[in-house]
Write a protein that binds this ligand. Structure first.
Ligand code: PAF
Length: 279
């Protein structure tokens, strides 16, 4: 595996690979890697000739400086894990490498940015748009792989790709869960043992909710999800929404057209977790 730290190093590798006509798959990450990320690398290896990954904790997508400080960073372990699963190139840039000058672009993602994560974390998706577009400019991938846990992020990135006309295919990959159902997330590293025992309650509730959808209207079911999660003293829901899986319009009635996804953000003390389930 080639480890690169600068744009220059990355560019020269990418030019060689492009010259050889290789199909390039890209897995952008913020590090603290887990099985979910490794599954994205696996998918990229299946569909592409060469897999490039980046490990960069992007400051512009954090609307809370404490959250940015706390975000787990495990670069040596990340490099080992990537090597083990056969990633070909990894890019570990500094902030100055990604943002040699301040990125002042403001994206208009419309409704996609006005609900759920967009509403609760103002500026978050603008920062995601900034960093992903910069990384796409550097890696120039044919395909890029993202996990469905960040379901809204995928919708926003697809919109950015459409607006900026990038010739890249966005590949959505299923959520990878621990045996107890907890969605894998880098933030899980921050949970203490007591919280770890309790957070599987989030997905257990979403699964029960899917079965209850035939018996309750949308408003009551959302309330049921919030009450059931909050019934656990270690958890506090920030939002529960049921949305159309493509437009992210809030579902009001089960008869609304389109596939529906229930999405939640939940605090375990200061640690914020998100999860979702397709109904
Ligand atoms: O999903 C993430 O880890 C990040 O939002 C991403 C896409 C790597 C951009 O920093």
């Amino acid at each position: 595996m080639e480890i690169t730290y600068t744009r220059k190093e990355l560019n020269s590798l990418i030019s060689i690979l492009k010259g050889q006509g290789k199909i390039i798959g890209f897995v952008p990450t913020m590090g603290a890697l887990h099985e979910g990320h490794l599954s994205l690398i696996g998918k990229s290896k299946e569909l592409c000739d060469v897999t490039v990954s980046s490990v960069f904790v992007n400051p512009t997508q954090f609307n809370d400086s404490e959250d940015l400080k706390r975000y787990p960073r495990t670069p040596e372990k990340d490099a080992e894990m990537l090597e083990k699963v056969g990633c070909d190139v990894v890019f570990f840039p500094t902030v100055e490498e990604v943002y040699p000058e301040k990125d002042t672009r403001i994206f208009d993602f419309g409704h996609l940015d006005s609900v759920m994560e967009g509403a609760k974390r103002p500026g978050h998706f603008n920062g995601v748009g900034q960093v992903v577009s910069r990384l796409f400019d550097m890696v120039v991938p044919h395909k890029a792989f993202f996990g469905m846990k960040d379901f809204q992020q995928i919708a926003v990135i697809k919109e950015m790709v459409r607006q900026l006309n990038y010739p890249v295919e966005i590949v959505s990959c299923p959520i990878v869960r621990e045996e107890n159902g907890l969605a894998m997330s880098s933030r899980n590293h921050l949970l203490d043992p007591e919280q770890r025992k309790n957070v599987p309650h989030i997905y257990a509730t979403l699964k029960k909710a899917r079965n209850l959808a035939a018996e309750m209207n949308v408003t009551d079911l959302k309330q049921w999800i919030a009450d059931t999660i909050d019934g656990n003293p270690f958890l506090k829901t920030e939002y529960v929404d049921i949305v159309d899986d493509t437009t992210l319009r809030i579902v009001k009635e089960w008869s609304d057209p389109g596939r529906k996804v229930a999405c939640v953000a939940v605090y375990a003390d200061k640690i914020r977790l998100i999860d979702n389930i397709v109904f």
